[in-house]
Design a protein around this ligand. Structure first.
Ligand code: FPP
Length: 232
């Protein structure tokens, strides 16, 4: 969700005004995803590197996460959205951690859109925490190192229980993955747009989905093989 700061600067507002407007875009996009039947939406809200920002900006972001969770949870629950968080939450205040646990519990049985918020998340952190847990299995004698496969490793990374992402959208004109879901994005279609996150709307999501639909996903096969299977 890139471009909050620039959106605010273009209007001579503090960067934090961009984050507040970004929260409104979150609401719009969640609604659009729910309506068009997308199963899982993962939003990168705060990376493990975002702690390097000025303390005042971090404080505002933390307050905004807590306030948004408090104000939106009823609406999300009513819309049958299942809310989940990935990332190392131990760095958050006890209050925010409490909101997160309660929000996850409250919506756990919902069957509509799964909305994943990546907060204090980093793709490298994710791979390392998975490796630590795999190492624990080896030490406990439940897994032999030679038996480790990508499929088994996959069970230990975040989001192992949901389909791998089909589409990655980065707003704000940057063309980088910036330590997002490194393991999970192996075969994901990448889509970059200049649109700043606070301006992101349902029509932008539709554009991204149309671009996705025009791509041929080969997963290592030839184009002819994939076209043949599609016509079989
Ligand atoms: C990146 O834009 C944005 C963030 C680090 C914060 C994202 C947070 C929100 C959208 C607030 C609401 C989120 C939830 C899940 C309630 P940037 O600040 O790096 O923008 P810039 O590239 O223009 O500087």
């Amino acid at each position: 969700m890139d471009g909050n700061g620039r959106w605010a600067q273009q209007r001579s507002l503090p960067r934090t005004a961009g984050h507040r407007e970004g929260a409104k875009a979150v609401r719009r996009v969640v609604q659009a995803c729910s309506e068009c039947g997308i199963e899982v939406l993962t939003l990168f809200a705060f990376s493990s590197e975002n702690w390097r920002r000025p303390q005042w900006e971090i404080d505002v972001l933390m307050k905004l996460f807590a306030a948004t969770l408090r104000s939106e949870i009823r609406r999300l629950d009513n819309a049958n959205v299942r809310l989940r968080f990935i990332g190392d939450q131990r760095a958050f205040s006890p209050t925010l951690q409490n909101y997160i646990v309660k929000a996850e519990r409250r919506t756990a049985g919902n069957t509509g859109l799964t909305l994943v918020i990546a907060a204090n998340y980093g793709g490298r952190w994710d791979v390392v925490q998975a490796a630590q847990r795999v190492a624990g299995e080896v030490v406990a004698g439940r897994l032999q190192p030679d038996d480790l496969t990508p499929e088994i490793f996959h069970r230990y990374v975040s989001l192992a229980d949901v389909p791998e992402p089909d589409l990655f959208i980065r707003t704000g004109g940057e063309q980088r993955i910036s330590n997002f879901l490194l393991w999970q994005l192996a075969y994901t279609e990448l889509y970059f747009t200049e649109r700043l996150w606070p301006d992101y709307a349902a029509a932008d999501l539709a554009d991204a989905c149309a671009a996705f639909a025009s791509r041929q996903r080969r997963f290592g096969q030839t184009g002819e093989q994939v076209a043949g299977a599609a016509h079989a």
